[in-house]
Design a protein around this ligand. Structure first.
Ligand SMILES: Nc1ncnc2c1ncn2[C@@H]1O[C@H](COP(=O)(O)OP(=O)(O)OP(=O)(O)O)[C@@H](O)[C@H]1O
Length: 345
């Protein structure tokens, strides 16, 4: 069942077309991440759903009810939408208990019980209830903000870069906790983030925006392995892009004859993710694809730059396990482990 439906929404600020005919749908219980470079319109879209902006044209509906179009806009507080902002935006003068219970009427007999169960849901100890926000860590503040947003039993949850202020380790941990909590609560969620890795691991579905438009939407696997174009390919992660001549299901390129997804003919550009390429260090001077020009050690994995034989292309960079690394100058053979993706256009 579709919970959120954004239909051809446009928004202009002076000369800037912040949103241009944007359509997005989110099904019940799904987690959708909106990603895109800075200025692509992500925040404007989120603010539009929340009710802080009104569309010039198009409509925003939740649960089949039109919340906003060019003629009307339901006030934000009546929309039944929960929001967790980047900094948590907790009320500094209120305790954790009062922050979480803020949207639950004081006279509600089950208020205390509900606050406790929300606290437990976000994995915080009951001892925290009497603390104020400044006595909490960044991660704990975000958990309280999530509990507060869930307290109103929202029909939709908006997450605006909620992990960006946290350290890397904590960030990953929080991402998992928040995904688990939202899944358990069955709340349909929209996450806005700069971080494509975060989007890939958090969401069931990704929407990629560029210059106010949705350029591609799909599962994380779709977007990562089958981006429509070069810009999305590079935005979603490290990519090896090579010119090639396609003939049916094979393309001839600097890595040899590589199997490709689908059938193509003539000049194309193919994409492989670095982990789809294996380095064989037994390449002799006769049987090799290129020469190692740089090795960048970074713990468990390393990045190896390989200059390909006979092509005027920059060295390709491949992430590999740091075990038995080749040395700079070594000849290596590169084997393609999976079918390459052919980019459009
Ligand atoms: N209130 C406003 N007045 C004028 N221009 C605005 C306003 N809000 C956004 N814009 C412009 O609209 C465009 C989209 O901005 P938006 O904040 O939605 O992008 P974003 O993808 O969220 O960027 P970031 O990742 O940097 O937060 C930008 O060019 C921005 O400068």
């Amino acid at each position: 069942m579709t919970v959120l439906s954004i239909d051809k929404v446009s928004k202009r600020y002076g000369k800037v077309q912040a949103l241009d005919q944007v359509s997005v749908e989110a099904s019940s219980g799904m987690r959708t991440a909106v990603v895109g470079p800075s200025g692509s319109g992500k925040t404007t879209l989120l603010r539009m759903i929340a009710g802080f902006e009104t569309p010039d044209s198009g409509s925003v509906s939740v649960g089949g009810e039109v919340l906003a179009d060019a003629h009307r806009s339901m006030p934000a507080h009546l929309r039944g939408i929960g929001i967790v902002a980047q900094d948590g935006a907790l009320f500094p003068h209120l305790t954790v208990a009062d922050n979480i219970g803020f949207g639950i009427p004081r006279g509600d007999r089950e208020r205390t019980e509900r606050v406790l169960s929300l606290l437990e849901m976000v994995e915080l100890e009951p001892g925290m209830l009497t603390r104020r926000p400044h006595q909490l860590s960044g991660g704990q503040q975000q958990r309280v903000a999530l509990a507060r947003a869930l307290a109103c039993r929202p029909r939709l949850m908006l997450l605006d870069e909620p992990f960006s202020a946290l350290d890397t380790g904590l960030r990953e941990n929080m991402r998992k906790t928040v995904a688990r909590v939202l899944q358990a609560a069955g709340v349909t969620t929209i996450l806005v983030t700069h971080d494509q890795e975060e989007a890939l691991s958090f969401a069931d579905r990704l929407v990629v925006m560029r210059e106010g438009r949705v350029v591609q939407a799909g599962t994380p696997q779709d977007l990562y392995f089958h981006p429509n174009d070069r810009a999305t390919a590079l935005f979603m992660g490290d990519a090896v892009l090579l010119p090639a001549i396609a003939k049916g299901s094979v393309a001839a390129c600097a890595l040899g004859n590589v199997p490709i997804v689908g059938e193509h003919k003539g000049k194309v550009e193919i994409m492989l993710r670095p982990e789809q390429i294996r380095i064989a260090t037994d390449g002799s001077q006769q049987d090799n694809t290129g020469q190692v020009v740089d090795v960048e050690f970074s713990g468990a994995t390393s990045t190896i730059a390989v200059a390909l034989n006979g092509v005027a292309l920059p060295p390709i960079r491949i992430k590999t396990s740091s075990v038995a690394l080749p040395a700079p100058g070594a000849y290596v053979r590169l084997d393609v482990a999976e079918k390459a993706h052919v980019l459009e256009g």
